[in-house]
Design a protein around this ligand. Structure first.
Ligand SMILES: Nc1ncnc2c1ncn2[C@@H]1O[C@H](COP(=O)(O)OP(=O)(O)OP(=O)(O)O)[C@@H](O)[C@H]1O
Length: 836
């Protein structure tokens, strides 16, 4: 696991990356701007314009670059001198940059680790099927999931893998008149400096090959319907020497000029539930993502981080560059040679890594807490809690955080991020307290924001454990589900220095002038746990408003197991520009815990309940100390699943945001302590919850997005323990697997469920109250209607919903209120019944 700390980089128009000391952007200045915009809107407007301008320039540069490469190749194939070269001087005839330098500039720009933000739509996804297939040779069997469309090669990965491509490329470079490459193996440094150094070894003349590699891969993909890693592609490449160069070739090449694009499959919610639920309380279309987002009626359009990040961040589709050069056809052969070589090297490296696995899999580092400048009382409390060595993320972040730097931290689920931010938080309080002995109002020094109530309680409990030996430092939670007035009383009677809050409730306090703003004036540290989620649309506005009320001279930390690049871009809503980005996962590395086995299962919708029951039965049979979490897409579907499994005498508990807070707290506490039990839940349990020893996570239906998949899965395999995850999809949900293409999922065969069990499940379903089923139908319709890929074809959606209705034993699909049907765009769709 490599740790990299990337300083923020600015991009210059010339396309080169430069490290630059940033001036502070958000500090000072007027609070309103021309056009009545507030500073955030003003900032976003400028960011958007800058991005557009940069994209235009980048596109121009790419066109020029491609034109140069093309003319170079054409000239070579026609046996003419390079048109870019001046025949007299044998140098390029144009200035200021030679093709080689230009290529190098682009290489520097695009290939640098941490520069992935610069990759635009046309660059396609970062991962390659080649890299993937060699990473996961076990997936090449019959269980292999469908290869995603045209993934170009992640050359940066190849580079950082230290592969000597020079020899492999020899034929190619000779035939294409590129200077022969030297070994350009690149070391991964732990800081940017070392990375830039290693980039110096990167040979510019490789880039055209890399680019062509990508393009030609697309070509052969198109022809063969496979990625380069596929067997047929291999055969194709083996034969390519014969095939290429013959007359039919150019026809073939032109036949191949089909450009394929694929949707980013970001799930976008297009319909909001709050209107329907407020209008018609008996219908529930609610998603069940987070307490506050939902309570404030904002979560629905907001789930799905990348999808939800405002207009200028939105990525509607990813397009793969498929402008094949007609005369580049014999490239496939070189590609294949290269691929084989890389495959071998990769396997060798994997074996090496496997032998070091014991070391690799542990989340613990070699550093101890008593070596890193924490107060002795904190160390004592840590020891009492059984924490002696730091985890890797704690080791990687502690010194930067203790130095007072702002930081954006990415680390896998279950690796100890909570302690990583709580320890500097406690130190910040100690320092602030010693410098402010007799404050007039007792200040809140640390504010921790997180998305759900249970997570807030969990973090507060961990903080209290770490403060065991400190006197006079209080921790309180401010979360929805309790009485506002009770919060106020609590804050007055028991002043605290650390607040853990969900954004909605905190904002209520701030906006209601509940007195909390005065206490927040002394704030020293702001922490966003599950930061990417807090910057989703569901929370972002609240978070912005809260941040606006906080002192600007503060330290800010953001933590999550997933940080999509859009979040990196907008992190400056909270962080200073010169913050550290600490990524303990590593660019291009698998973002899920290595020891968690992941499976997917594609089953017709009408069999989902039976299959869940079957999977649970099997798991219970094989795992005496089982502990399972089943994630459902909405609260009402959670209720239905729970009711069914309870009817079938399984040891189940139910948790979603429709349940009263006291019930939720009880269930959460019970499940923490329990063994041999099953929690049926919605996404309220997806992030941050630390239920120990979960052996299996089942996800029924597609989650809101890739990030949510990772967080749900992360409820198992915590602290390096073993775990298993299964995602159950209907055939029309299978497209979602493209989102997970870089994760090691294996296909499970369709289980053989005996007829007797089938009957039992059906019987139990029949016994359930119709109101639960009707609510589930409405919720189902609301959820999938909001998912762009599924909800845009309303007729099919309604057909599927009616299938679902039938599968849960409803004789007829329950009717919708006219207003609701209208809002969902379903009013005149055949199969929809309207309530009279
Ligand atoms: N230094 C340590 N030594 C031993 N155990 C630790 C240490 N730090 C954290 N843990 C344990 O690791 C587990 C996971 O920690 P935590 O909940 O903070 O993970 P996380 O990275 O925040 O996960 P998520 O991404 O799901 O929120 C907890 O049980 C915690 O007690």
């Amino acid at each position: 696991m490599s740790t990299s700390i990337l300083l923020q980089h600015s991009r210059t128009i010339s396309g080169m990356l430069h490290t630059r000391i940033f001036v502070r952007f958000m500090g000072g200045g007027p609070r309103t701007f021309p056009g009545g915009l507030n500073k955030w809107q003003w900032k976003r407007l400028h960011e958007k314009r800058a991005k557009e301008k940069e994209k235009r320039l980048l596109d121009q540069e790419k066109q020029l670059y491609e034109a140069r490469i093309r003319s170079n190749i054409r000239a070579k194939l026609a046996g003419k001198p390079d048109p870019n070269l001046n025949p007299d001087t044998n140098t390029t005839s144009y200035s200021p940059m030679s093709p080689e330098n230009h290529i190098k500039a682009l290489a520097d720009r695009f290939m640098k680790e941490g520069a992935e933000d610069l990759w635009n739509e046309n660059d396609g996804p970062l991962k390659s099927s080649l890299a993937k297939s060699s990473e996961r040779p076990e997936l090449s069997g019959p269980n292999q999931r469908p290869t995603s469309i045209n993934s170009p090669i992640d050359l940066r990965k190849l580079i950082s893998g230290g592969v000597n491509i020079s020899q492999n490329c020899e034929n190619f470079t000779n035939s294409h008149n590129y200077t022969k490459t030297r070994d350009y193996s690149m070391q991964r440094g732990s800081d940017f400096g070392s990375k830039s150094d290693s980039m110096k070894h990167f040979q510019p003349n490789l880039v055209p090959e890399q680019r062509k590699f990508r393009r030609n891969k697309s070509t052969s993909d198109n022809e063969l319907g496979h990625g380069l890693g596929d067997h047929s592609a291999k055969n194709f490449a083996d034969d390519s020497a014969d095939k290429l160069g013959n007359a039919s070739n150019s026809r073939k090449a032109s036949d191949l000029k089909k450009h394929r694009s694929f949707s980013s499959h970001k799930l976008r919610r297009s319909w909001r539930n709050e209107s329907s639920s407020s209008d018609h309380e008996d219908e529930d279309y609610g998603f069940d993502s987070d307490d506050e987002g939902e309570r404030r009626g904002r979560s629905v359009g907001a789930i799905g981080s990348r999808a939800a990040l405002g207009k200028y961040d939105m990525k509607m589709t990813k397009r793969v560059p498929l402008k094949e050069l007609e005369d580049e056809t014999n490239f496939a052969r070189e590609v294949e040679l290269l691929r084989r070589e890389l495959g071998k090297k990769k396997l060798a490296r994997n074996e090496e890594e496997n032998s070091e696995k014991g070391e690799e899999e542990s989340i613990l580092s070699h550093r101890r807490f008593d070596e890193c400048g924490l107060s002795s009382l904190t160390v004592k409390a840590l020891t009492a809690a059984g924490y002696v060595q730091m985890t890797r993320v704690q080791e990687a972040t502690l010194s930067a955080c203790l130095e007072g730097k702002d930081a954006l931290v990415k680390a896998k689920t279950g690796t100890g991020k909570s302690a990583a931010f709580l320890l500097p938080a406690i130190e910040a309080v100690l320092k602030a307290k010693s410098g402010n002995a007799n404050p007039r109002v007792s200040p809140i020094y640390v504010l921790i924001l997180c998305p759900t109530r249970e997570l807030a309680s969990q973090i507060a409990a961990e903080a209290i454990a770490m403060l065991k030996y400190h006197d006079g430092i209080g921790v309180q939670t401010l979360v929805g589900g309790s009485r506002f007035k009770d919060d106020q009383k609590r804050l007055e009677s028991d002043p605290c220095q650390i607040i853990v809050a969900t954004p909605g409730r905190l904002l209520d306090h701030v906006e209601n002038k509940g007195g909390i703003s005065v206490h927040l004036m002394g704030l020293k540290m702001l922490i966003l746990d599950e930061a990417d989620h807090l910057l989703d649309l569901g929370f972002r506005k609240d978070v912005e408003k809260i941040v606006d009320c906080l002192p600007r001279r503060r330290q800010s930390l953001m933590f999550s197991a997933t940080i999509p690049k859009e979040v990196r871009r907008i992190s400056q809503l909270v962080l200073k520009r010169e913050h550290a980005f600490i990524d303990t996962v590593g660019l291009g590395c698998v973002e899920t815990p290595a020891q968690v086995k992941q499976f997917f299962l594609v089953v017709p919708l009408n069999l989902h309940f039976q299959v869940v029951h079957h999977l649970l039965r099997e798991h219970i049979r094989q795992t005496p100390d089982y502990k399972v979490i089943v994630f459902c897409t909405t609260g009402m579907l959670t209720s239905l699943m729970y009711a069914l499994l309870r009817e079938m005498k399984m040891n189940v508990r139910e948790m979603h945001s429709r349940k009263p807070q006291l019930y939720r707290t009880r269930i959460s506490d019970e499940f923490k302590e329990s063994k041999r039990s099953i929690l049926i839940t919605s996404d309220v349990s997806a992030r941050g919850m630390n239920y120990p020893d979960v052996t299996l996570v089942i996800q029924v239906g597609i989650p809101a997005d890739r990030e949510q998949y990772i967080h749900r899965l992360g409820r198992t395999g915590r602290e390096s323990k073993d775990g298993e995850g299964i995602i159950l999809l209907a055939p029309w949900e299978e497209y979602f697997l493209d989102e997970l293409e870089d994760l090691p999922l294996d296909k499970l065969p369709l289980p053989d469920i005996d007829p007797e069990t089938k009957l039992k499940v059906e019987d139990s379903m029949w016994k359930l109250d119709n109101s639960v089923k009707e609510a589930a139908y409405h919720a189902w319709l609301g959820y999938y209607n909001s998912i762009r890929e599924i909800g845009r074809d309303k007729t099919t959606l309604v057909e599927l919903a009616n299938q679902f209705s039938k599968s849960i034993g409803l004789q007829r699909p329950p009717p919708l209120f006219r207003k609701t049907a209208l809002k969902m765009g379903l009013k005149d769709i055949p199969g929809i019944r309207i309530r009279s």
